[in-house]
Ligand binder design. Structure first.
Ligand code: T46
Length: 147
């Protein structure tokens, strides 16, 4: 299976547990490299509903299912990969031009997102055709000169 070119990867977040329960902290510059400028969360997703279906031009995000589970399909210039977020200790980092689709939300899923910038609709690529075109433009041009 081809590997993704972009920085899309699962991070295991360190958990501070004791007899009272568990706590996970995410700090900019430690667990996540980018400066967190915005937090949002998705919950109460209707059974069978899918979300996403877009890419971001610049935004970096860390996604965590703090409750329940969700599947996320990511596509970049070289591969499509499926991830399952099913633990608060597991985070998905998405950095780069990546098409994402979230599906199979459990009823109790709360998907937390830490984002590198404020909300801007201009950063979204919501048309799949435009996304594919942008990927092509990013491909290095084949050289006209023989080696
Ligand atoms: C992403 C995936 C994982 C805001 O007003 N502020 C915000 O910060 C966000 C994230 C959304 N919105 C508005 C824009 C839409 O009118 O909330 C509405 C729903 O947003 P959207 O359809 O983009 O939601 P999802 O679940 O398809 O995608 C979201 C994020 O938008 C996106 O950045 O990567 O979750």
């Amino acid at each position: 299976m081809a590997a993704m070119n972009s920085s899309v990867k699962i991070l295991n977040l360190p958990m501070h547990g004791d007899f009272r329960g568990s706590l996970i902290a995410v700090e900019s510059g430690h667990e996540v490299e980018f400066k967190v400028q915005r937090v949002y969360y998705i919950y109460g997703v209707k059974a069978g509903s899918s979300r996403g279906f877009h890419a971001h031009r610049e935004l970096k995000q860390l996604l965590v299912a703090v409750s329940g589970s969700v599947n996320i399909r990511c596509e970049d210039s070289s591969a499509t990969q499926e991830f399952q977020l099913d633990s608060p200790e597991k985070a998905l980092l998405i950095d780069g031009l990546v098409w994402r689709e979230m599906y199979n939300f459990s009823e109790d899923c709360v998907l937390l997102a830490l984002a590198s910038d404020f909300y801007s609709e201009d950063d979204y690529v919501r048309n799949y055709g435009d996304f594919k075109k942008m990927l092509k433009e990013l491909q290095p041009k084949a050289s006209n000169f023989a080696a």
